[in-house]
Design a protein around this ligand. Structure first.
Ligand code: PLP
Length: 477
């Protein structure tokens, strides 16, 4: 019996279980029967079934054979709407969030915490070719920084991407930034001052919370539906009650809950804010990554008054290490450009040139289509594994794009304790309270599914499912 053979057989059976060919509670083919059918030894099938048993996919029943395990979890429900206090709050996630992300990144840790795609999903070969050609032929441009607003060729490509999202802006209205994070920072600084209140989703992208904290602003969490995004009814009430200086929302395939506001809601949002003269900082970081290949419109598409400051980047599709992002800040273009020049001068020319060339080559569209399918498959596999391994009562989001999952743990699990125990087993996850200014969502974790699916990931999810049982009751009220 070769090791390769029984592992291959185990993977094949695991795939069939994933696809529902063998259903929970069903008996697998007998060892003797499968050995005869596949022309392999009985020992090979026995070893394959035992491997599946150690992965908690199947269980052996004495004198009866191997059966597909019933999912321990009924991870079918979606988490409820955020119900944190609608009250402007001073944010203080800084040290804890950075430390959590750094610990997830440490050597020897399987990083399911940071929302970064693994290199395997990125166009590494194309970039290698483009970067070495640029280094050979364009060294003079590469060594010279140019002041904002950024490389014309890239701004032209960005305008095409914006047009796909229904936004008609000219290259002159685009400012290139160091990733979407810098775009968010510059836009917030442009529209608000320290002490001002920014309405955000609940739960919100942790980097947005950190930006708000670093700028001395306050956050007002608006309840957010994991499917349709921020509640416009709750937002309308909050705007009546509080002096909100700006809103900052991820409008499509949000992080962490994977929500997408329907077009009609985006339109209503933009109109509601325009009526009050309130700017919207729109984070469209995952907008290109819908699984069904449609490109949802951005809220910016409905902006008639230049009040939407659109932000995005190449980080989730081409590579976050390039630090290439952009914003289309509407009527605030001059201010954002000024702040960009005097905060980081310019984004590295070689990175801007590489992204522009990749986008112009037509390779970007092909790559995005591949990514959409790859991320959809990853997310499906993660959800299937979570529903097998996690306890009954677990909830998990069903995103329609992107690659992050928001998992609700039953039984009074404190996700901060869960995070520590997971790290001790070499697995990085992000605890939910770091996505909240008000310290809510303590029973949630966020998982990054853009990590190539393999046995180590499957084993890690099984371990997380066990930890969810072991840490029940750790939450103190
Ligand atoms: C919603 C969202 N916005 C912005 C960013 C920051 O992206 P970048 O790496 O381009 O700065 C991230 C990164 O995780 C994100 O998830």
């Amino acid at each position: 019996m070769t090791e390769v053979l029984y592992r291959q057989l185990a993977d094949e059976v695991a795939r069939r279980i994933d696809e529902g060919v063998y259903r929970p509670g069903e008996r697998l083919p007998s060892i003797r029967g499968l050995a005869g059918q596949r022309g392999v030894s009985i020992a090979t099938v026995q070893a394959a079934y035992e491997l599946l048993e150690s992965r908690r996919l199947v269980e052996s029943r004495p004198q009866s054979g191997f059966y597909v395990r019933h999912p321990v979890a009924a991870a079918t429900g979606e988490p409820p709407m955020g119900d944190g206090p609608v009250l402007p709050t001073t944010v203080s996630v800084r040290n804890e969030a950075t430390a959590a992300l750094q610990r997830c990144e440490a050597d020897g840790v399987l990083n399911l915490g940071a929302a970064l795609p693994a290199p395997e999903f990125l166009p590494r070969r194309q970039l290698q070719r483009i970067l070495s050609r640029l280094a050979r032929h364009h060294i003079d441009e590469i060594v010279m920084a140019r002041f904002a607003p950024g490389l014309d060729a890239l701004r032209q490509e960005v305008v095409k991407r914006l047009a796909d999202a229904g936004c008609h802006v000219s290259p002159r209205e685009v400012v290139i930034t160091n990733g979407c994070q810098e775009a968010l920072n510059l836009c917030l600084r442009t529209v608000a001052r320290p002490g001002d209140t920014i309405a955000i989703e609940g739960p919100a992208y942790v980097g947005l919370l950190q930006a708000i904290e670093s700028l001395g602003m306050k956050a007002l969490e608006i309840p957010t539906d994991p499917r349709d995004g921020v509640s416009l009814e709750a937002l309308a009430l909050a705007l009546e009650q509080w002096d909100v200086r700006a809103c900052a929302f991820v409008t499509t395939n949000s992080n962490p809950v994977g929500a997408s506001m329907p077009d009609e809601a985006k339109q209503r949002l933009v109109a509601m804010l325009a009526a009050r003269g309130i700017p919207l900082v729109e984070d469209d970081e995952f907008g290109d990554l819908n699984y069904n290949r449609t490109r949802p419109r951005a809220a910016k598409a409905f902006d008639e008054h230049g009040l939407v400051l659109y932000c995005s980047s190449a980080s989730k599709s081409i590579g976050s290490g390039l630090r290439v992002g952009w914003c289309a800040p509407g009527r605030f273009e001059n201010d954002v450009e000024f702040l960009k020049s005097f905060s980081s001068v310019s984004s590295p020319p070689i990175c801007q040139m590489a992204v522009a060339e990749f986008m112009a080559s037509g390779g970007y569209e092909r790559h995005i289509r591949r990514l959409q399918s790859a991320y959809a498959e990853q997310v499906q596999r993660f959800i299937a594994a979570i529903s097998r391994a996690f306890p009954r009562g677990t909830t998990v989001t069903r995103p329609r794009g992107g690659y992050v999952l928001w998992v609700g743990l039953p039984g009074g699990v404190d996700a901060a304790v869960f995070h520590e125990r997971a790290l001790a087993e070499g697995i990085g996850v992000m605890p939910g309270h770091l996505f909240s200014a008000a310290g809510g969502f303590r029973q949630f974790i966020r998982l990054n599914a853009a990590v190539p699916w393999d046995e180590a990931v499957e084993t890690a999810i099984a371990a997380l499912g066990r930890l969810a049982v072991e840490t029940a009751g750790t939450l103190r009220s």
